[in-house]
Design a protein around this ligand. Structure first.
Ligand code: GTP
Ligand code: MG
Length: 686
């Protein structure tokens, strides 16, 4: 069997804290890639190696590792479960041939897999579920399986059935000590991370038999021969069942459900066998180009590789993790980044990653996941080819940012330098963005949630030794007038020598919302000489930058309609000053009101949460515009206009109310007057 046939690339995905990193650790130990399992709690795992992972005892980026088991070369991609970091997960899915969806043995958390399953299905990636942490008190395999089937259909079906020790009846699930393999109908009892075959215990037998019948029936939907056997009551031979299972799982028809307790290694050797038997090698399931044509994984073909992760080390520079789809990369292979206008590059070094360790390799063929050093302009999601070869791969769609903070340096370093360092952080993570706020001018860091941007700031401080102050972005309030007025303003000053004299009559009139501010003049007879009129306009505009409430004044027209001048004492400055004084005197008389920005939001949410979302938006002074089924199955889109100030932490509130499944887009829509008694001010506006 060739090298590529013995290769598997699998992503471990699943909800936050489901035990992915721990399970990966158990798999690596099982393969002998590490001498013993590390733990998330003490920061000693292979794949949670970034200081931020260790500090928070959770994965914040994708981690890569590999192990060899009976000649099977497995590359594992450990993805973060916390929804803030899902862009990492989505990018990494572009590099694997199969996914293992790990979840707690808790039916209430099954819904949290929805977004991931949608991404997996969109790529038609073969996958299985692992119901994990079955050693925990209260773990409920059956209810979790039922919830999986309720969500994803009956082709999600148990291939293993857990065995619990009877003597722990009072606390039955802490006695998870084996499983029945439903294809072979044999029990396997755990013996540390190993297993020994055994008889199926009497109290598990009946349930296991039912579960086996469900498995065979689900499989028979894709195999007429098996269907006939079942209808005729013939027991299908084991090799036929296993053959079907392999083929139907590899074609994403059947989604087997397995059992595990990763912390003790229970279920891991069966998981390795499942990876070997059910998941395709890169040769069995060629990746597709943007038009859905398979790209043959030929080592001698022109190179095609996709960048699935970027990390930047302040000293050693950039590392791009790529999935080689076709061709072979060597350190001297000339590369073209066809996503960046054909930029020509040369690999600075080629490595296989084992967590933080870089193992130097000479070349990497199709179906490998390897890291390339110092490809300066390359970004995650880019396609690399060997010189000149053109191919388009499907682009990974990332969510728009939904949370922002304002950032400024704490001391000494200037903003331009801070911007450069932030740009390096953003370069590592395409779901982070830097922006300059329009009205307030603040430097904004935007991301997929509060934790996402908080961890980015931690990373900035660790890598580049720069501390920043962060705050909620200021709301860009404006103000306007609701009544017209006229004022007469004279600035006269005599201090020996030349005096100063400017005299203007100004009219203030409200304009339509969104029309902005304008200035005009209707001077006749040169009572204000032409050369001073621009100074009057300047004085007006400068004064409009800070209205009576401290905000820029908009949606009004100011007319200079009369005035006086003095042959000697009048100057641009004196007219400008007179105009500014006039504005400050007039505005309070025009019934000024504060305007707040209103965003149009579109919230996508599973329809079980639609009414919750509507209530939440209404509670935020939102005006509900409508609701319609979303493109995604079982989801609704709720549209509403909501004051921007109410959206500051909305992504967190939305996720809390919807098991992390809700997401939204927001666009500035218009400005509305702030309702009567709400206090706002530049300082309180957060
Ligand atoms: N009882 C029990 N606890 C487990 C098991 N596996 C993991 N844990 C614990 O669950 C917590 C989360 O484990 P992780 O391995 O970090 O989970 P994860 O899915 O990688 O988490 P994220 O990457 O942050 O989404 C840790 O405290 C683990 O010790 C298990 O099999 N049994
Ligand atoms: Mg993890």
């Amino acid at each position: 069997m060739s090298e590529i046939d013995r290769r598997r690339n699998v992503a471990f995905v699943g909800p936050h804290h489901a035990g992915k990193t721990t399970l990966v650790e158990a798999l690596l130990a099982q393969c002998g890639a590490i001498p013993r399992r590390g733990s998330v709690a003490d920061g000693s795992t292979v794949t949670d190696h970034e200081p931020e992972d260790v500090a928070h005892a959770q994965s914040t980026t994708v981690g890569f590792a590999h192990g060899t088991c009976d000649g099977l070369d497995i590359t594992v991609v450990d993805t973060p479960g916390f929804v803030d970091f899902h862009s990492e997960t989505h990018l990494a899915l572009a590099g694997v041939d199969a996914a293992i969806v790990v979840l707690d043995a808790d039916p209430a958390r099954v819904a949290q897999t929805q977004g991931l399953i949608a991404a997996i299905e969109a790529r038609r990636l073969p996958h299985c579920f692992v119901v994990n942490k079955l050693d925990r008190p209260g773990a409920d395999f059956e209810a979790t399986l039922a919830a999986l089937q309720a969500h994803y259909g009956r082709h999600v079906v148990a291939e293993q059935w857990p065995i619990f020790a009877r003597e722990r009846a009072s606390d039955k699930h802490s006695g998870f000590h084996g499983y029945v393999d439903l294809a072979e109908m044999r029990a396997h009892l755990f013996d540390d991370a190993d297993e020994r075959a055994s008889e199926i215990p009497g109290d598990t037998r009946e349930r296991a038999q039912h579960a086996r019948a469900d498995l065979l029936e689900a499989m028979a939907d894709f195999d007429d021969h098996l269907m006939e056997e079942l209808l005729e009551g013939v027991e299908p031979p084991l090799d036929e069942v296993e053959r079907d299972l392999c083929s139907e799982c590899a074609h994403d028809q059947i989604v087997p459900v397995l059992v595990a307790a990763g912390a003790s290694g229970a279920g891991v050797s069966a998981l390795v066998r499942a990876i070997e038997r059910w998941f395709p090698s890169p040769a069995d399931a060629p990746m597709l180009d943007a038009e859905g044509r398979p790209i043959a994984p030929d080592p001698d073909a022109p190179l095609v590789a996709t960048v699935i992760k970027t990390s930047i080390h302040p000293q050693s520079g950039k590392l791009s993790v790529v999935r080689v789809i076709a061709g072979t990369i060597r350190t001297d292979t000339p590369l073209t980044d066809i996503s960046q206008g054909g930029e020509k590059l040369r690999a600075g070094g080629l490595y296989r990653l084992q967590g933080r360790k870089h193992e130097t390799i000479g070349e990497a063929g199709p179906g490998t996941i390897v890291a390339i050093a110092r490809l300066e302009a390359v970004k995650s999601g880019d396609t690399l080819t060997s010189n000149g070869h053109k191919v388009l791969l499907p682009r990974v769609q990332l969510d728009e940012p939904s949370f922002a903070i304002a950032i400024k340096p704490k001391e000494r370093i200037d903003e331009a330098k801070l911007f450069q360092m932030l740009a390096r952080i953003v370069e590592e993570d395409p779901s982070l963005h830097l922006d300059r706020a329009e009205v307030t001018g603040e430097l904004l860091l935007l991301g997929n949630g509060e934790q996402h941007v908080a961890i980015a700031v931690e990373r900035l401080s660790r890598k580049y030794k720069v501390d920043v102050e962060t705050a909620a972005p200021q709301i860009p309030y404006l103000e306007t007038i609701t009544a017209a007025t006229e004022v007469h303003s004279r600035y006269k000053h005599q201090t020996g020598g030349h005096g100063q004299f400017g005299d203007v009559w100004l009219r203030f009139e409200p304009r339509d919302r969104g029309a902005g501010s304008s200035f005009g003049e209707s001077i006749v007879g040169g009572v204000v000489p032409k050369q001073f009129i621009p100074a009057v306009e300047k004085g007006v505009r400068e004064a409009l930058a800070h209205g009576p409430n401290g905000f820029p004044v908009t949606d009004l027209h100011v007319t200079l309609f009369d005035g006086q001048y003095h042959d000697v004492d009048s100057s641009e400055q004196s007219f400008k000053t007179a105009a500014g004084m006039g504005v400050r005197e007039a505005l309070p008389k025009c019934r000024p009101v504060v305007l707040e920005p209103i965003s149009r939001v579109a919230v996508t949410v599973p329809n079980a949460y639609t009414s919750t979302v509507i209530a939440q938006l209404t509670g935020k002074r939102g005006q509900i515009l409508g609701m319609a089924p979303a493109d995604e199955h079982g989801c609704d889109v709720v549209e509403a206009d909501v004051p921007q100030v109410e959206l500051a932490r909305y992504i967190t509130e939305l996720r809390t109310a919807t098991q992390g499944l809700g997401r939204y887009r927001a666009r500035h829509e218009r400005y509305d007057p702030v309702p009567g008694n709400r206090a706002v001010g530049p300082k309180t506006a957060v």
